[in-house]
Design a protein around this ligand. Sequence first.
Ligand SMILES: [Zn+2]
Length: 218
Amino acid sequence: MDQECRAAVRVAVDLVSHFTFGLPDALLGFIGWPPKKLRLHVAVLSDASGPLVTEAELTPSIDYIKRVFKDRFNVTVVPYSKSFVQVLAEQAPNAALEIDAGWDVYSADFGEAGDFFAKHLAGWNVVPVGFTFPVTVYVIRDIRGKKGYALPLFDYVLLDIDGVRLTTSTLAHEVGHACLLWHSGTQSNLMYKRDTRGDGVKGFQKNVLRSSRHVLYW
Ligand SMILES: [Zn+2]
């Protein structure tokens, strides 16, 4: 299955979910009830010297998203598999290890990097293997010009080594993008574009995130 098909499946699944089980929160998400769940899978790439970061280094970012998503959205972040973090021991292709932020991430999805990411994507095997739609975070070596990157409708986001070691909010911010939140708010907002962001959210951001197909009642 090539990238065009992967993209078409994503768009179709997204539309169907928004107009079915996403609908109540698209309208009333600001109430933040009932509690919902998001499944998260963090996959750490390896280069010639081994895994890029340790599981322990990811703990602050994972604790942060768990706290903020529960407090602000009433969404419990749970691991997709038995733990949040998986180390991909095979050496990743260079195309997947270093990417320019922006259009390059989109075009990379059509090449070797995209094939690598598709192969390791949690919950998908060309088509979704269940009805949980996890978000996969790939930890790569460098996103030139950024610490994290996400594209709308992708089931994965990227985080680089600096995004793990120098900030705790980048992972949560990028998963917010995966749930269709865009840059908005002032410095106190989770979706503020710079690293100095806070963890606040606005009512409409609850509608958007809680109606995403990654955020479920089950
Ligand atoms: Zn952003």
